[in-house]
Design a binder for this molecule. Sequence first.
Ligand SMILES: [Mn+2]
Length: 433
Amino acid sequence: MKSEWVHRQFIDIDTKDARLQKRAVAIAEACAKRPEQSLPGRLEDWAGLKGAYRFFSNPKITHQILQQPHYKETLEKARFSNKLVLFIQDGSELLFNSHRCTYGLGPTADSFGNGLMFHSCLVAEYHEPGETKILGLSYQEAWIRPDKKSVDDDSKESEIWLKTLIKAGPPEKNWVHVGDRASDIHEFFKGAIDSGWNFVVRARHDRQIQINEAMKRIFPWIRKQPAKCKFKLNLRAKGARFSGEYTVEVTWTKVKLFSPEKEGSEAVGDVTYIRTWCLEDPELEWLLITNLPVNNEADAIRIVNIYQQRWSIEEYHKVVKTGFRIENNQFKQASRILALFGMVGVMATQLLALKEHCHLAPNQEVEKEVPKRWITLIERILNVKLETVRDFWRCLARLGGFIGRKSDGEPGWQTIWKGYRRLQDMLMGADYL
Ligand SMILES: [Mn+2]
């Protein structure tokens, strides 16, 4: 991770206190060097950073304060982009079940957990025919569920989708929200359409639609429609129920969007429902709702490919969890965990971006992307010659124990982190030579 980048993300945090700003940068730099360690591990070599605990306990240092400069930078990149820009949202949770003595955490999805909930919006440029370039986060919120869940908490957790879009400000024409079934919320669609957002959302509710004067349920109706085209969908989510290449059928229909509950209410807008399914594996089926134009086969296929990019938010949440192992941090107070999470959440975007870059431009010259010292050291240790970004990524994984037989597939995050840490240790060692 480039140190100018780390500096830029944290030097402007809004604390009106230059000392706190400098400390934020120093801590973030230490974390970047040993990201998979718990905080004491990250800081043990940094005698000057004993104030880290004090830093994260300072009431001025919150998750939001630490992330705001990063949001600004991400949104600026999004505004300057001439590609489609995807705002991919999803929720997740962090469990601290081994932290019996952490104060102030709350239940998670299963209601038994001891942890915190969070919701992220990852912003990525869409490159045809189905790749992304990660720009960063436009917003992230982390919160603790109260012990006794009330109706209010449910509505908070459904309002977060629209709130997150509104935080990004008025959308550019090329901005698109992407969300899974949890964002099939009538109020969300209404708000998104009112504020000019495009969206691609997986449908959860079987709404009423109007076809030739008759009201019908969309799901059974669209499932009876013949395919209008087929194409090869490449699902990249490793280890998921569906991964690899599938031949899928596609059909679509334009309808007016009504509330799923209130029959006879007014339509909120015109949308297209797209159904994509796989004949060989009937469990693979997506029903998507979009307000982007769908006028031909190419448009419909593009929408499915856009939805496919949603996996990168899952990937991002994996980096946060496994890469930084935030769940093992030693803090005893939830407020401090939330603050640390603010910093970790920003840094994880860069690691994901580096990996995506290796995927997007694997043959890019390594010297353009990676510091010269790293290259020299890896070449010496592994006795290889690094030419491309991809070579670098594979060698980093090898340092982490990746063997790289054909059957091994892509290296996982934990391996990458081990390799990254070994490289950083060796670089530190090399400083003394
Ligand atoms: Mn989800």
